[in-house]
Design a protein around this ligand. Structure first.
Ligand SMILES: [Zn+2]
Length: 507
């Protein structure tokens, strides 16, 4: 008789390879033991604790391949969506939130939409001690939530205002004197954490979490234009030596695409390739403006992409060439970037958006299926995260799974001809997620996190924000600077480009 066996029962079990009706999963400790028929597994493990019932659908844990734990989001903080470059500056108006509280708030939303693993990108600055304290706060949140994470911290070293080496000075001198002085007075124009200290702080954390059951630490240089080439190379080398990963934002906006030829005389991806940093442990977030050559480079080097369709729409970045990436064999995961179309961090809605956004309007051209998109959000993201035992429900895989309540979804009737996976991906919302297991432990029950009191966390964050000093002057400054940033990028010469719409019509 085996100990510690738990059973998960489902009307439908979506393993990642197929659908099992009236199925069950046997879990021992943190690992999936068997996947099969409910009656036979129940007979085999009669004493096992049971999660779910014939009213549930069971999915592999969804994997959010690019995220920022924003806590109380920009919308509630009065910051509107905009072009990436203009929006980034408007974030100076964000009030600061306790790192543990805001991470718990975000982790709750992710668990409530079936996300069991997240790559959480953040930035640090100031003294090494301040950076460590910030990161420890975030890591503590993931301990408490029981969620699987690759915490991916970075630090900015250049292009604080506009893209390109030395361009900040040029931009500043283009501003009227009073505005220039206000911008110069901001601390955001400098980085007091040295690159050496950054590398040391992160390396120490990578090492201390190396054998943790659900937390790992990665390197997160914010973007090629925000760090020096030298640091980027050093980061890639260190990640290789410590056997961890690197993720960076790249070719997200149209202006980031233009920045390639302006800064490097070639595309950003070609530049990364020349630096020798691209490998299966290196991923880029967004990749909206990848060219066919860039896609080829990614496929050949094994570097992967987190596709973030909601965020790309919200920040006017465009539509990424998902079909071309998949066809070329690039590893692609799905990310929500803390910036989803409904501002709800709903991974089911994100899968739906991805599934619909990339259906080409011509019959002979590609259109991803729900199966393809679920694969991106599970196995694709798992590969990006270098986690070969995540993303599927199969023996030997980690017991990360999601139980979705079917009552609302299947009400009032389902045809026996309906494809269960299609109907579930068509209709599931975050609110239908009932139970989530990570490493065989229940981390969400009846839609509520088991590791912390979400209501109390929300209350504490609200009190903190309410008591924080007024940021009126930052909102005003962002508003004043906006037309100048818009003018700056508006003056960039736009070469003849293949319009991104071309991606939608190419086979
Ligand atoms: Zn991001």
């Amino acid at each position: 008789m085996m100990n510690n066996v738990q059973l998960v029962q489902g009307r439908w079990i979506f393993t990642g390879d197929d659908t099992i009706e009236n199925g069950a999963i046997a879990i021992q400790d943190d690992t999936i033991l068997e996947v099969g028929n409910w009656d036979s597994l129940k007979a085999k493990y009669p004493q096992a604790e049971v999660h779910g019932s014939s009213q549930f659908a069971v999915f592999p844990g969804l994997i959010n391949a690019h995220h920022h734990s924003n806590g109380v989001p920009n919308s509630l903080q009065g910051i509107d969506d905009d072009f990436l470059e203009l929006w980034l500056f408007s974030n100076i108006a964000l009030r600061s939130q306790d790192p543990t509280l805001k991470t718990l708030l975000s982790a709750a939303a992710l668990l409530q939409s079936g996300v069991t693993t997240v790559l959480d990108v953040c930035t640090i600055s100031g003294t090494p001690e301040a950076g460590q304290a910030e990161l420890k706060g975030r890591l503590q949140a993931y301990e408490q939530a029981g969620m699987r994470v690759a915490l991916t911290p970075g630090a900015n070293y250049s292009s604080f205002l506009v893209h390109g080496d030395g361009e900040d000075e040029a931009f500043l001198s283009s501003l009227p004197a009073p505005l220039r002085q206000q911008v110069q007075a901001l601390t955001l124009l400098e980085q007091t954490l040295s690159p050496e200290d950054y590398l040391e702080v992160i390396s120490d954390l990578v090492i201390s979490y190396q054998s943790h059951p659900h937390i790992s630490v990665w390197f997160g240089p914010p973007g090629p234009q925000w760090v020096t080439d030298k640091l980027l190379v050093k980061i890639a080398e260190t990640a290789e030596r410590l056997n961890t990963g690197v993720q960076t934002h790249a070719v997200e906006s149209f202006y980031e695409k233009l920045a390639g030829p302006r800064c490097y005389g070639k595309s950003v991806v070609a530049h990364l390739h020349d630096l020798g940093v691209l490998s299966p442990r290196f991923s880029i977030a967004h990749g909206v403006w990848l060219s066919e050559e860039d896609i080829q480079i990614l496929a050949e080097t094994g570097a992967s992409v987190s596709h973030n369709p909601s965020s790309n729409l919200r920040l006017r970045a465009g539509v990424a060439p998902l079909n071309q990436m998949l066809q070329a064999g690039v590893t692609v995961g799905l990310g929500m970037d803390g910036t989803t179309i409904g501002d709800d961090e709903d991974m089911f809605a994100e899968m739906r958006l991805a599934a619909r956004l990339h259906r080409t309007p011509q019959l002979n051209l590609p259109a991803p299926t729900f199966t393809d998109i679920l694969q991106v959000a599970t196995q694709g993201s798992a590969k990006l995260l270098m986690q070969p035992t995540l993303g599927k429900l199969a023996p030997g895989y980690k017991a990360d799974l999601v139980l979705v309540k079917c009552d609302r979804i299947t009400w009032p009737w389902v045809s026996p001809e309906a494809n269960p996976l299609h109907l579930m991906l068509m209709r599931t919302r975050a609110g239908d997620v009932d139970t989530v297991l990570v490493n065989g432990k229940v981390v969400l029950q009846e839609g509520q996190p088991t590791g912390f009191d979400l209501q109390a966390i929300g209350q504490a964050v609200a009190e903190q924000l309410e008591a924080s000093p007024n940021h009126e002057q930052y909102y005003a400054l962002a508003k004043d600077l906006r037309p100048h940033l818009a003018r700056w990028y508006g003056n960039w010469e736009v070469p003849t480009l293949e319009p991104y719409a071309a991606f939608n019509t190419r086979g």
